[in-house]
Design a protein around this ligand. Structure first.
Ligand code: BTN
Length: 247
């Protein structure tokens, strides 16, 4: 991973560059990093704030030999790897909100956007975008969001050098990826569940324009969400948002 790293100063989105490279046959593990994204994007077509020098904005090209429905497993894998990387360099505890948001002290610090190119039931390539807030100050966030994201600087009180941080993250993703190839998803699933926010607790689920309350039971072997409803029935959800009221 990262044997080929492409640095961009300013770009629309590293996702766009990575898709382009993916189509042209770039090898597994190619990484695109940008200092600034003008059109950074998040999940569900949201805008991703990615101002100059403030964060790690990167996209990985992956070519795993797995079935398309297993692609979400790789998102969960990277979420665990990012948590491990952040816990390696700080004393803080980080958590994952399903499917792939990284939280610290109840605020989002990083997100992952996985986009797959598949044909005839075969993965051609996956572009995995990782956004990590690093050196933003509190004021940087106020204008753009009410549910206040956070940054490494806000949480640790110091500024961080991004290059070594990128190294640690890529190393952790690579380490888990090798384990995944050898041992399958089960050990990753366990690690993910150990770091999951609200596991075993009540959550609000929004799926297909419906909101309901349930108990967050865990994830299945594909990485889909399992929520038990009030009648005790389990629902397996591939696409949903989860939330909870704080306090
Ligand atoms: C999310 O939480 O909604 C996912 C955010 C993903 C952001 C990253 S930053 C690098 C890459 N390029 C983008 O435009 N988005 C991803």
């Amino acid at each position: 991973l990262g044997s080929r790293v492409i640095f961009e100063k300013t770009t629309d989105s590293t996702q766009v560059i990575a898709h382009h490279l993916g189509r042209e046959g770039a090898q597994h593990g190619t990484v695109v990093v940008a200092d600034e994204q003008v059109k950074g994007r998040g999940r569900l077509n949201r805008t991703w704030y990615s101002k100059k020098g403030d964060g790690i904005w990167m996209s990985l090209i992956l070519r795993p030999e797995v079935e398309p429905q297993q692609a979400p497993q790789l998102t969960l894998l990277s979420a665990v790897a990012i948590v491990e990387a952040l816990e390696e360099i700080t004393d803080l505890a980080f958590y994952i909100k399903w499917p792939n948001d990284i939280y610290v002290h109840d605020h989002k610090i990083a997100g992952i956007l996985t986009e797959m190119q598949a044909e005839q039931d075969q993965i051609n390539y996956i572009v995995q975008g990782i956004g990590l807030n690093v050196n933003q100050n509190r004021e940087d966030f106020n204008m753009i969001s009410d549910n206040e994201p956070t940054s490494l600087k806000i949480e640790t009180g110091m500024a961080w050098n991004r290059r070594p941080l990128i190294q640690v993250i890529l190393q952790q993703i690579e380490r888990l990826y090798e384990r995944y190839l050898k041992e399958g998803f089960l050990p990753i699933k366990t690690m993910w569940e150990e770091r999951a926010y609200r596991l075993g607790q009540p959550i609000m689920v929004s799926s297909k324009n419906q909101n309901w309350q349930g108990i967050f039971k865990g994830i299945d072997q594909d990485g889909a969400l399992i929520v038990t409803d009030q009648k005790g029935r389990d629902h397996v959800l591939y696409s949903a948002e989860i939330n909870w009221r704080s306090g």
